[in-house]
Design a binder for this molecule. Structure first.
Ligand SMILES: C[C@](O)(CO)[C@H](O)COP(=O)(O)OP(=O)(O)OC[C@H]1O[C@@H](n2ccc(N)nc2=O)[C@H](O)[C@@H]1O
Ligand SMILES: Nc1ncnc2c1ncn2[C@@H]1O[C@H](COP(=O)(O)OP(=O)(O)OP(=O)(O)O)[C@@H](O)[C@H]1O
Length: 314
């Protein structure tokens, strides 16, 4: 039976500005997103029966039809019903490394890898933008996870413009295992507290564009200026999530004090990252962090920037 194994990369948000609400209930965003080398391992394998099966040992990840990886396979199956009939069903094995509910797009990256893997397994010959369109039906972060690298993301996060990659940037990622943030909760809470700052008309949008701070980050990335990238890190969600999660707020303060190029919460949190100019510096920061916060509940990882979101291993 044929199988493909892929690495599905986590993402961080170097910049995340919530600009307004949309008629579809989602939020208009301006983001700079980056793939990092904290990866889940996804295997898609043909099976003789016309079924989608998910195997995952992680206690917080459902191994049923609510798994985003299952949903991705079900979507491909519904769009291309002939493929499964001809080539059989699929067993998806998920080996988790990316912490769950962390703001690192773990589930979205798994779904992206399944889309890429099934395209190969079922000989569909889809383009990257066709895979991204399928992904957008399931979640806003999935199109970015398909292509990955470094990109500006606008709309609800699915409109992507690739940026030149920044090589050789490393990072430390940390998260308290007992802390989780629900993404719908984060958007709902942000809207309740800051909805009055949202752009609602063309005039508001013009005024907002005049003060859009993302330009500084985009220029820093385009110049491959790691120091400027560290200086312009920004995430609107910090305003509400760090207030609701004092332990994570204290973690961020500790990480920022240890040095590095800059510290930020990723996405809707609660994971926090510090950028570092080299692998040695990232490892040193991770060691210092474990010494400063010797708490068995704290997960600490080192990683580096990646130029892609899904990588075929075999
Ligand atoms: C926070 C980020 O991770 C930043 O990259 C993303 O915006 C979240 O992306 P995601 O997890 O793929 O989100 P989705 O699965 O599309 O949506 C989950 C929920 O988040 C809210 N949501 C998401 C994206 C967006 N632009 N506006 C929203 O209001 C909606 O309430 C939605 O019901
Ligand atoms: N393949 C999957 N991997 C991880 N979580 C999954 C998966 N499928 C479904 N889930 C569920 O999705 C929820 C969110 O998990 P995930 O790790 O994707 O969050 P996240 O990193 O905060 O997402 P994002 O950054 O895209 O908002 C969890 O409660 C988990 O049970």
């Amino acid at each position: 039976m044929r199988s493909y194994t892929l690495l599905a990369a986590a993402k961080i948000n170097l910049y995340l500005e919530i600009v307004g609400s949309r008629p579809d209930g989602f939020h208009e965003l301006i983001m700079v997103m980056q793939s990092v080398s904290l990866c889940d391992r996804i295997t898609v394998r043909s099976i003789g029966v016309d079924e989608i099966r998910v195997r995952c040992d992680h206690p917080l990840v459902p191994a049923d039809e609510t798994n985003l990886a299952y949903k991705a396979a079900a979507l491909v199956m519904s769009q291309y019903p002939g493929a499964m009939a001809k080539l059989g069903g699929v067993e998806i094995t998920i080996e988790k490394q990316i912490p769950v509910g962390a703001g690192l797009a773990g589930g979205s990256s798994n779904a992206a890898a399944v889309l890429v893997g099934l395209d190969l397994l079922w000989n569909l010959g889809l383009t990257q933008s066709e895979l991204q369109e399928l992904g957008a039906e399931l979640g806003s972060d999935i199109p970015f996870c398909v292509s990955g690298g470094t990109a500006i993301a606008t709309g609800r996060g699915e409109q992507l413009d690739a940026l030149p990659g920044i090589d050789n940037l490393h990072l430390v990622i940390a998260k308290y295992e007992s802390e989780f943030v629900s993404t719908p909760w984060a958007y709902k809470t942000y809207r309740a507290e800051y909805g009055d700052t949202y752009v609602t008309d063309a005039k508001g949008w013009q005024e907002r564009q005049a003060q859009v701070r993302s330009g500084e980050m985009v220029r820093a990335v385009a110049r491959r200026d790691a120091i400027a990238v560290g200086q312009h890190l920004c995430n609107d969600f910090e305003k509400i999530v760090l207030e609701a999660h004092p332990k994570t707020a204290a973690l961020k303060a500790t990480m920022a004090d240890l040095g590095g190029l800059g510290t930020l919460m990723s996405g809707s949190g609660p994971s926090v990252f510090t950028l570092a100019g080299s692998e040695a510096e990232a490892k040193e920061l991770a060691t210092k962090l474990r010494t400063a916060l010797p708490d068995s509940d704290l997960g600490v990882w080192t990683a580096q920037f990646l130029p892609s979101g899904v990588q075929l291993v075999s």
